[in-house]
Design a protein around this ligand. Structure first.
Ligand SMILES: Nc1nc2c(c(=O)[nH]1)N[C@H]1C(S)=C(S)[C@@H](COP(=O)(O)O)O[C@H]1N2
Ligand SMILES: [Mo]
Length: 431
């Protein structure tokens, strides 16, 4: 099988953060497959199973060895990573979720990506307060103990930074789904509906917007319409059953389901009610899309449907050679569920429906799988999400036709991985 693609060998697992050449493929790949179903096992007997391993010869750790459990030492590579040239300092910074090392739909707390404008604040919950002020009948202040006396709810939601995949607007750049798509996490939140807290203070009839404020040195603020605040926003204190991590806003964060991550104010200390948006920095100079005609898209809150193949991908090559191969990835939509994801192995000539697996919840991540017989020829892998509103994930070129290339936000275009004969994957685009 031939292709016009000429590239270098991309870095192997673990060092994928080097920007790859902006590879563009003009080539045509035929459809792989057709091979007879192969066995995925090896012939018995084998010493690794017939010999007694060291860990069967001695007693294991006592139950008090790890009061707070950590992953196996063999999983030490499953970590958040930074991109050195992207983040000059590590305080106003970003790191990335290792999507290629995860499965299912829940992001473990220790690897949820972090985005801080002024570092992660260490807040004493005993001294922490949440104030509701502005256009309300009674300005109120709540302690953490007060918050825990409201009825609480549990919901699984994804949080995606609007800048996720932002480095790819002009062409394929970062070599790994951790770097191209890892500004997302998906956890179960326990929290109080913001509506109940606002109702206690009594929103005045001219109260049309809220402005949440963080207790970090950035004092992060955003304007959110009151309709959203009263609909499904949560004031959350737990993630995946345990207290929020410091990095995620301990002890209190705002959850704004389906909307861009910047609005999910961490270390939440104050919510002001107003009659118009505040036009703060994060909704004027940042988190807006400058179009070709000089106008900017603003208040683009909802995250459009998106998907990415996490395995194989540049940090997770196919190592087993040709034969039965499992492709997997994640999909999400800020407008609902993702009932369908299509996968192509030939750069979009033929699409096949992937198998969705796991709970399908509104504004949560979804997991898909696609199993096939790999004939060992190069692959051009893509996935395409369809959300519950009928919206279909666009190509990157469609996005550029609509919005130009000035923005770094809201890039939900279809991702392509080129996989060579050795199973090594690289971030490319198809022209
Ligand atoms: N107080 C405060 N809240 C904040 C931020 C911040 O810097 N300070 N960063 C925002 C941005 S830009 C994003 S994408 C999300 C990131 O949430 P995470 O750190 O849990 O991934 O938090 C948002 N909330
Ligand atoms: Mo963000």
């Amino acid at each position: 099988m031939t292709t016009s693609y000429k590239g270098h060998k991309p870095p192997r697992r673990g060092d994928g953060q080097l920007p790859s050449r902006r590879a563009v493929l003009g080539g045509a790949l035929g459809l792989a497959g057709g091979a007879a179903a192969s066995t995925v096992a090896r012939a018995a007997p084998e010493p690794a199973i017939t010999d007694i391993p060291p860990w069967m010869r001695y007693l294991g750790d006592p139950v008090d060895a790890a009061p707070y459990g950590m992953p196996s030492e063999h999983e030490a590579h499953v970590v958040r990573r930074t991109v050195s040239w992207l983040t000059a300092d590590n305080v106003s910074s970003i790191n990335f979720t290792p999507l290629h090392d995860l499965d299912g739909i829940i992001t473990p707390n220790g690897v949820c990506f972090e985005r801080h404008h002024s570092g992660a604040a260490h807040v004493d919950p005993a001294q922490h307060r949440l104030m509701i002020n502005g256009l309300v009948d009674t300005p109120l202040v709540f302690t953490m103990e007060d918050i825990l006396r409201f009825p609480r709810e549990n919901h699984v939601y994804f949080l995606e930074c609007a800048a996720n995949t932002g480095m790819e607007w002009r062409g394929a750049q970062l070599n790994g789904c951790q770097y191209t798509h890892g500004m997302i996490h998906n956890v179960m939140y326990t929290g109080v509906p913001l509506r109940l807290i606002l109702e206690q203070a009594g929103v005045k009839t001219n109260g049309k917007w809220i402005m949440p404020e963080g207790a970090d040195a950035a004092a992060m603020t955003r304007s959110i319409p009151i309709e959203k605040a009263l609909d499904d926003c949560l004031v959350a204190f737990k993630m995946n059953g345990e207290a929020l991590r410091v990095e995620q806003g301990y002890p209190l964060r705002l959850v704004v389901p389906g909307w861009e991550g910047n609005m999910w104010v961490k270390w939440l200390r104050r919510i002001e009610v107003g009659d118009e948006p505040w036009h703060h920095r994060e909704e004027t100079s940042k988190y807006t899309d400058l179009l070709e005609n000089g106008k900017a898209r603003r208040f683009t809150w909802e995250m459009d449907a998106k998907s990415v193949i996490t395995n194989p991908s540049p940090q997770a090559p196919i190592t087993h050679g040709p034969g039965h191969t499992v492709i997997t990835g994640v999909a999400w939509s800020g407008r609902g569920t993702v009932p369908r994801v299509d996968v192509t192995i030939d750069g979009g000539k033929n699409w096949q429906e992937a198998r969705m697996s796991g709970p399908s919840m509104d504004k949560s991540m979804h997991r898909f799988y696609f199993e096939f017989e790999w004939d060992g020829a190069p692959l051009l892998l893509q996935s395409r999400a369809h959300d519950s509103t009928g919206y279909v994930q666009p190509t990157k070129q469609q996005l550029r036709d609509w919005r130009g290339v000035n923005s770094i936000y809201h890039n939900n275009g279809i991702q392509t991985w080129y996989v060579d004969e050795d199973g090594v994957a690289e971030n490319v685009e198809i022209s």
